[in-house]
Design a protein around this ligand. Structure first.
Ligand SMILES: C[S@@+](CC[C@H](N)C(=O)[O-])C[C@H]1O[C@@H](n2cnc3c(N)ncnc32)[C@H](O)[C@@H]1O
Length: 250
């Protein structure tokens, strides 16, 4: 499945810096529109490739590397995705690993509704949807799930809360916590530079996941794999997209 690169999608990342120089509110509105258009295009691309449940699809890109890291732990019986949205990963993994049960949590009820419709349409029986927030992971029992995974969700968690969220994920996971996020070694969590503004009051955080996870109790190993051939070129994904594997003590 080859990607279609619309000229607009190429131009959007390049125009971010220009939008940032414009006075408020014009700059902010343009930044927001830019961000939304870019990710709309990405999701369109992904939908076009969605019928292919092949790991070879973009295998060295974000999604392929992430799913490979999860599948490498198979067989396992139960996995939890935090921030599953409409289930891009969840549904693919559920088809690839039919013997595994998956739980998807997200705070956005609209996205979960879309996911539930897809589950019904495709008659998928091994995915359970549960509305929740990363702040509420304490509702899951310790060592109750084999793999906890999450992509592009922890970037919404600020530098004060991130350690507790990682600690909770490590507490729940029997085997591993696997993340696809923007890892910035040495990210100064008190600095404005680790907060990327996306316009209209929205933005996200870069974290030094290795440093934060190393402070979580009972973590035995942390492995970082930079995404080799990133296709997400907006914001700083191209530079910092990483697969982060965190191994809690058994
Ligand atoms: C950029 S989307 C990524 C969705 C999906 N993981 C993917 O890779 O396509 C981020 C998702 O995280 C969810 N999210 C953000 N903050 C959250 C929180 N505090 N608790 C639960 N879900 C959250 C959003 O609702 C959204 O569905």
């Amino acid at each position: 499945m080859s990607r279609i690169t619309w000229p607009l999608a190429k131009a959007l990342p390049a125009s971010v810096n220009l939008a940032r120089t414009l006075p408020w509110p014009l700059g902010d509105v343009l930044l927001w529109a830019n961000w939304n258009l870019y990710w709309l295009n990405e999701y369109l691309q992904e939908s076009l490739g969605q019928s292919k449940v092949k790991l070879s699809y973009m295998s060295q890109a974000e999604r392929g590397m992430f799913m490979r890291s999860i599948i490498d732990h198979a067989p396992f019986s139960l996995a939890l995705e935090v921030g599953c949205s409409e289930g891009w990963q969840l549904l693919k993994l559920a088809k690839l690993l039919p013997e595994t049960k998956f739980i998807g949590v997200d705070r956005d009820l609209k996205s979960l509704g879309v996911l539930e419709n897809k589950i019904d349409l495709d008659k998928i029986e091994n995915v359970l949807v549960h509305p929740s927030d990363v702040d509420q992971l304490s509702e899951f029992k310790s060592k109750s799930v084999d793999i906890v995974f999450s992509s592009a969700c922890l970037l919404y968690v600020d530098s004060l809360a991130i350690k507790d969220v990682l600690a909770n994920m490590c507490r729940i996971a029997r085997k591993a916590v696997i993340l696809l996020e923007q890892h910035k070694a040495g990210a100064d969590t008190t600095s404005e530079h680790t907060y990327i503004k996306c316009g209209l009051g929205r933005g996200y955080w870069l974290h030094d996941y290795e440093k934060i996870a190393s402070k979580v109790e009972h973590v035995t190993d942390i492995r970082l794999k930079p995404v080799r051939h990133p296709v997400w070129v907006h914001e700083q994904w191209e530079q910092f997209a990483s697969i982060i594997e965190i191994y809690p003590a058994g």
